[in-house]
Design a protein around this ligand. Structure first.
Ligand code: IPD
Ligand code: CA
Ligand code: CA
Length: 262
């Protein structure tokens, strides 16, 4: 396990340096409406893929920017690395220092290790299953907040938000109930901030597996609760979640979602 975690932490930091080297001087392209990608996303992913495959040649690597990458052909390994080479691309493009690299390792559907690194603040959040969560190498725990009225919440919205979006509906319901709500622009960092006790609760109905794989493990190992948005076990193939620092807070979030008809 420790070899996996070492590779994971080292590679997010190396990729973070790739992002910083290019900050403020990249070409930007739209993959879809309000969905940006830059040369830095691809350079980061390429470095991560090469590093992981050098260490573990038989493992699979799933990256957000895989399209057209021949090395992305599945090896049908039980081990799969899940990579978001730049989470928070819109922040990155605008030079808002809130973005990160997210890498996790899954074994037959179970998350083994994960790391998220924000190179702009030099903050590394990581975890290994059963071994705890770490902030820059030191043990990390969620907050002990028990009521939504005292909670700082984090939301993520899809690139294109409609009136029917569950994220928007729960956001509107939560406005009255939470102390305050933030839309940070990085789904991976939202989860890490819950793990670090900065945010108390977070949810998303629109994330992709690479946005959250590392963050989910990090919250759990920091003592928080994560489930699917149906209240059952979180699943990597349906990566929508409710996350909370404490059981009481989680119960309040679920009740709020039910009242919002979700
Ligand atoms: C996005 C960010 C954003 C979330 C979107 C993601 P990207 O990832 O995490 O906060 O709301 O759903 O797609 O495109 O910057 O890697
Ligand atoms: Ca992302
Ligand atoms: Ca991304």
């Amino acid at each position: 396990m420790s070899e996996f975690l070492d590779v994971c932490q080292d590679v997010v930091k190396a990729a973070g340096q790739v992002l910083m080297d290019r900050l403020g001087r990249v070409n930007v392209r739209a993959k879809g409406r309000a969905d940006l990608v830059t040369e830095a996303d691809f350079a980061s992913q390429e470095l991560i893929r090469r590093t992981i495959l050098a260490a573990f040649p038989n493992h699979d690597v799933l990256g957000e920017e895989d399209d057209g990458v021949t090395e992305a052909t599945p090896r049908h390994s039980d081990y799969r690395w899940i990579v978001d080479p730049l989470d928070g691309t819109t922040n990155y493009v605008h030079q808002v220092p809130h973005f990160g690299v997210s890498v996790a390792l899954e074994y037959r559907g179970e998350l083994l290790v994960g790391a998220v690194y924000n190179p702009a603040t030099d903050e590394c959040f990581s975890a290994a299953a059963g071994e705890g969560a770490f902030f820059n190498g030191k043990p990390m725990r969620t907050s002990q907040v028990v009521g939504l009225a005292d909670a700082l919440a984090a939301v993520g919205f899809p690139n294109v938000v409609t009136q029917q979006s569950p994220d928007l509906r729960l956001f509107l319901a939560a406005l009255d109930s939470c102390q305050a709500i933030r839309r940070s622009g990085s789904a991976a960092l939202n989860l890490c901030y819950v793990a670090a006790g900065r945010f108390d609760v977070a949810w998303s109905f629109c994330t992709k597996v690479w946005d959250v794989a590392a963050g989910i493990l990090i919250v759990r190992e920091a003592g928080g609760i994560v489930t699917s948005t149906h209240g059952d076990d979180f699943r990597l193939d349906e990566p929508y979640y409710f996350a909370a620092a404490t059981p009481d807070l989680y119960a309040e979030l679920q009740a709020l979602a039910a009242r919002a008809g979700l």
